[in-house]
Design a protein. Sequence first.
Length: 277
Amino acid sequence: MIGPRPLVVKLGGSTLEAMPAPWWDDLAAHAGDHPLVLVHGWSKPLKRLRPEYAEPSAILRDRYGNQSRWTTPEVIADIRTVSTTLAEQVAGLLTARGVATTHVFGSDGLVRAGEGERWWWRGKQLVELSNLVGPITAVAPGTLTDLRPGHCHVLTPLALNPAGQEVNTDADRAAAAVAGALSAPALVLVTDVAHLLIDGRPVSRITAGDAAAFRDRGATGGMRKKLRAAGEALDRGVGKVVIGSASVSELLAERTGTVITGTEREERASWRHPEFS
């Protein structure tokens, strides 16, 4: 790829509205130097739109223990509604700082998803349910046609499944897939917690193998998905993944947050890109 390599940042739906002005100043500075893809979540705005989305029954658990929002065509329509509003908010914040934006739905040719799980727990029984979700199988980076410094693609992580249906995907894992497809040196997962905690202690640096081991034995909820996304990003060639609640500059400089890299041998041997190391 000619020119500066893209930076991919995922901003959780519960944190987007809470980020202070200096955080956006810092992000805009990065966007001035590198093409930027900002993947957003929508959980909090969606719950605010319709209170029933906050009820426990709105979340399903599959036979493997993975959680997912029960997604119907009506939910997809509401996701598109709140995402359009979020993208407009981001555009206002970045345009005021000299960064142009384009709102992209992943389902418009960028992100493809596979067949979703059909069996879900309802109470103590596994039942077959129609749920418009699916795992990401491919990313077509060529659809992001304006990858240049001074421009940000704001990405809503919906996808198309093999039947041509628009489906819900996990935003962290979508960010990982996009970062890999764009050969991004780093993926930044901005959340509302400062570090990964293991046994109550903050972790500043961890290998992908150790992160996966903790994910399978002790991580829960959103952090479990973030650790899975981190492993997938590294498997796709991303240099490092940083999780935290600080500015992008602080996270990339590894002054705060949790940095996840390859194995210790891979970490020693890997080329660390000077732009984001």
